[in-house]
Design a protein around this ligand. Structure first.
Ligand code: FMN
Length: 188
């Protein structure tokens, strides 16, 4: 597989009504699509209606669909918002609902919050290590004060685009490399 065909999911980490994460996710997708490396799609946790882990009925459709979606992807961009100095409960629950499906893939983190969402992003890095997701170094941080109007309308500073492009390049390189150890026979 050439890197052009790698499938990268842009995972929206928040599910609350009135969330700003779709604005951030669409912006990242726009930049990614214009770079022309990889096939990008928004993955909205809210659409899967995941129950809390351990409270599910057997073969619950949302969980099956979630695992299939994660399995189908070669890499990820996590759109991470800081909730009480960590990631959302919705994102942690979604991460816990799959295991092997995450393994040996690459990811970047785009975070936001009063302090750029950095505390949440660092928590996520620890979790990704356990899931064998290789998180890249470049980490765009968006400020609720300077990259949003009134904390709700997304208006990123111009320089943020360069950060996104640098992160996407690293995801592209590592996703391609990790593909070779995951599905070596299918690689063309
Ligand atoms: C329960 C909760 C806890 C929050 N805790 C923090 C925090 O610790 N640090 C911070 O910078 N922002 C915090 N915020 C502000 C969020 O980062 C901000 O509302 C952001 O827009 C949430 O992302 P979303 O709109 O995509 O859900 C918190 C928001 C909520 C709802």
């Amino acid at each position: 597989m050439s890197n052009t065909n790698l499938k990268i999911g842009i995972i929206l980490g928040s599910t609350r009504q009135g969330r700003v994460s779709p604005q951030v996710g669409e912006w990242v997708k726009g930049i990614a699509d214009s770079q022309g490396e990889g096939i990008f799609e928004i993955v909205d946790i809210a659409e899967y209606k995941l129950p809390f882990l351990g409270e599910e009925t057997e073969n619950e459709a949302g969980i099956v669909n979630w695992r299939e979606k994660i399995d189908s992807l070669d890499g990820f961009v996590f759109i991470v918002q800081e909730y009480n100095h960590s990631i959302t409960a919705a994102l942690k629950n979604a991460l816990d609902h799959a295991r092997a499906e995450w393994n040996n893939k690459a990811a970047g983190i785009v975070s936001y919050g009063g302090a750029g969402g950095t505390r949440a992003a660092e928590h996520l890095r620890g979790i990704l290590g356990e899931l064998m997701v290789a998180d890249v170094r470049v980490h765009p941080t968006l400020s609720l004060f300077t990259d949003f109007v009134n904390g709700s309308e997304f208006k990123p500073a111009d320089y943020q685009q360069q950060n996104i492009e640098a992160m996407l390049s690293q995801i592209d390189a590592w996703s391609g490399a990790l593909y070779t150890i995951r599905k070596p026979v299918a690689r063309v």
